[in-house]
Design a protein around this ligand. Structure first.
Ligand code: BJ8
Length: 423
């Protein structure tokens, strides 16, 4: 511990606030995760990762930087991590999922900004995020208005560390050309930072690492289609969150090990809940760590979450990059194609998202959908209305944030919704 404290100090963290955060996190974790019955043994690794999320992993990042590796922070699944791995870099997610530093954040951004943005600003301003401090570069993107404007301020408060990747808002041919150019520019930036040139062999390696990670997550998703379900939604969500922090090769290996165990459970007809427990698909905004609020509410109200149509979820692992390329240029084009198959609500039109939700609902054998929008998230709030009109299956639309104030009200609505699924 002493070694970690030295490390946090050298990164400029506010040690008192950081300690409060770690204590709260471990208290919540114990209550929410460790109290779940019948957890698969393979979850031990992920419990360990969480217990070391500000310890060992930060030490790894710190040491990697000393060895000259580039640590890239990102907020969005449009950031092509294949390129980062190809150039021996590390990619970490910087979105935050707890109400910290809001007061400070509100000195820089409007009060009615979504919780995700307010939290990443707050984490930085409160001095509690060692990930932000470990990064050589922080990649922002032009997705929603809130993020675009917040990155201008974030750049100032991180002393110019922010690089902005331009993400188009339509799926036209011209938009693709623009994004392809952006992928090239990002490659150039990474080459400059790493001092390495992207080769075909390196690009193949980068694509293979990202594909293996996404494949492992897809394998996990498929196992959630069984009844009884072999893993809780909370545990699956945790793994999807850890995907943005852990070493990708080690992570894929551990997810696959867990899947071996879950496959055995399925064979033996074992599950974490009894057969015919109402099954919920959650769709909407991402769940940044440690945002476990909605899953916890659903799973303590007599249902089980079987999937996340979310960027911390299916939108992250749905598509693989086609690895049948024979030049760097062809590989980069395949990467751009892969990323523009992500159906974020920031795009218009975005009808493919509805198809994705319908497919997930069917393949995961869900009984109902809960649409989750963070308050003030205009893109997802708009799509929530559209879905309500088009989806034709049991559907509940929720708007919330990271606070605990609305827990009682949400629980009542969720319980009532689950009751209707039993009828
Ligand atoms: S690809 S979902 S990770 S942009 S919740 S900040 S949209 S106001 S996070 Fe996202 Fe990339 Fe899209 Fe996914 Fe804005 Fe909404 Fe806040 Fe959001």
């Amino acid at each position: 511990m002493e070694e970690y404290v030295k490390l946090w100090k050298s990164l400029g963290l506010d040690l008192d606030s950081h300690e409060v955060l770690l204590n709260t996190l471990s208290e919540f974790y114990e209550k929410i995760f460790l109290s779940q019955p019948k957890r698969p043994k393979g979850m031990k690794y992920f419990d360990f990762v969480i217990s070391e999320v500000h310890g060992l992993r930060i030490k790894e990042l710190y040491d990697a930087r000393k060895e000259g590796k580039v640590v890239v922070g990102a907020f969005c699944v449009y950031v092509p991590e294949e390129l980062i791995y190809a150039l021996d870099g590390i990619c970490v997610g910087l979105c935050a999922g707890a109400e910290i530093g809001y007061e400070e954040a509100e000195k820089y951004i409007p009060r009615n900004t979504c919780a995700l943005i307010k939290a990443f600003m707050g984490f930085k301003l409160a001095g509690v995020c060692p990930y932000i401090e470990c990064c050589n570069i922080i990649v922002g993107e032009t997705t929603c208005d809130g993020k675009k404007k917040a990155y201008e301020t974030f750049n100032q408060i991180t002393n110019g560390k922010v690089y902005v990747l331009e993400v188009p808002h339509t799926k036209s041919k011209e938009a693709f050309e623009l994004f392809l150019k952006e992928v090239y520019k990002f490659k150039d930036k990474l080459e400059e930072l790493s001092g390495k040139k992207l080769t075909l062999e390196a690009l193949k390696k980068g694509v293979a690492i990202a594909n293996a990670k996404r494949k492992a997550l897809s394998r996990l998703e498929k196992l959630r289609a069984f009844d009884p379900v072999p893993i809780s939604g909370l545990d699956a969500l945790l793994i999807e969150q850890i995907a943005f922090y852990d070493d990708p090769v080690r992570f894929a290996e551990k997810v696959n090990l867990l899947c071996d165990e879950l496959e055995n459970m399925v064979k033996n007809k074992q599950g974490v809940v009894s057969k015919n427990t109402p099954r919920i698909l959650i769709s909407g905004c991402p769940f940044a760590l440690p945002n476990w609020k909605l899953h916890h509410l659903v799973e303590t109200s007599g249902a089980i979450v079987v999937g996340e149509e979310s960027c911390v979820g299916k939108r992250y692992y749905n598509e693989l990059t086609d690895d049948s390329f024979s030049s760097v240029e062809e590989g980069i084009e395949k990467i751009a194609i892969r990323y523009l198959k992500t159906h974020c609500a920031c795009f218009t039109p975005n009808n493919e998202r509805l198809d994705d939700i319908k497919n997930m609902f069917k393949t995961l054998k869900a009984d109902g959908i809960i649409h989750y929008s963070l308050q003030f998230c205009t893109p997802y709030m708009f799509e929530a209305y559209k879905l309500e009109r088009d989806i034709e299956v049991p559907y509940l639309k929720l708007e919330t944030d990271y606070s605990l104030e609305d827990i009682g009200q949400l629980k009542t609505r969720i319980e009532a919704f689950i009751e209707t699924l039993k009828e």
